[in-house]
Write a new protein. Structure first.
Length: 269
């Protein structure tokens, strides 16, 4: 682990090489180009990362880098040598490995292009907490109460534990090269709240049963995951519930635009 600032990776490729329904509706080639509240989707997380004191360089992983050419905000960051676009591979895990080779240093903060509500404060909180935990890898969560406070229709599925319910924020942190092995658990597709059986292949039968019946705390679950992966993988609970709301479909796009409109009001400052 190098400490200090992180490099950031934004995953913007097509899932399974197919056209996302939101992209089809907006008549664009990639989901990351879908307009959200009048602005190209990917510009939101990139701006949050660029404004964060915790991030030095930003890398975007996408299967066709040319689709990002000519976007003024991205071009400006490229001229400042703060942004680089790397070609994605055929699946998420290999894309992360390839991007890590291009980045060449750690820690690496990983987001997705649909994290429209990401803020510089959430980036800093996650990065600093992961550093403080001396983790090999970290995963960001938000409590159910915080997510619903951000918007009552923001999320419909939560991970249940004895200490409460949580939503994943699609934010990850890799502290060193050996932590790349933790990315293998997503080769089946991730989205464990929607597909709990994927935990069987990733984490084993005992963890699947404990997860399914909400036995134990979030922290205890990650201690078990760490033992299985032979890594120190830590959960980081963010206070910003909106960080768990990504633009995944028409409903969450509407929710996100409502939150953005509320935040834009003078009283929200």
């Amino acid at each position: 682990m190098t400490g200090g600032k992180a490099s950031a990776l934004v995953l913007a490729g097509k899932r399974d090489g197919t056209l996302d329904p939101l992209a089809a509706e907006a008549n664009v080639s990639h989901k990351c180009l879908v307009p959200v509240a009048g602005q190209t989707m990917i510009l939101y997380p990139v701006a949050a990362l660029a404004q964060s004191d915790s991030v030095e360089r930003i890398f975007i992983s996408i299967d066709d880098p040319s689709v990002l050419d000519g976007i003024p905000e991205l071009d400006a960051l490229r001229k400042e040598e703060r942004l680089e676009v790397v070609e994605a591979r055929h699946n998420l895990v290999d894309s992360v490995f390839a991007a890590a080779d291009a980045i060449g240093s750690f820690p690496i903060f990983i987001s997705t292009a649909d994290n429209v509500l990401l803020t510089p404060e959430a980036v800093a909180d996650f990065h600093n907490s992961a550093l403080g935990e001396r983790a090999d890898a970290a995963v960001a969560f938000a409590r159910r109460e915080a997510v619903l406070a951000a918007h009552p229709d923001g999320q419909r599925k939560f991970y249940k534990f004895s200490g409460g319910e949580y939503s994943n924020c699609n934010l990850y942190w890799l502290g060193n090269r050996k932590a790349l092995s933790a990315a293998e658990v997503f080769r089946s597709g991730g989205q464990f709240a929607k597909h709990p059986k994927r935990i069987l292949g990733a984490f084993g039968l005992v963890n699947l049963l404990l997860f399914r019946f909400g036995i134990g705390t979030l922290e205890a679950a990650f201690r078990r995951f760490s033992r299985r992966l032979q890594l120190s993988v830590k959960p980081v609970v963010l206070s910003q519930g909106q960080a768990a709301i990504d633009v995944d479909n028409e409903r969450t796009k509407r929710v996100t635009e409502e939150i953005l409109a509320r935040l834009a009001q003078p009283s929200a400052a």
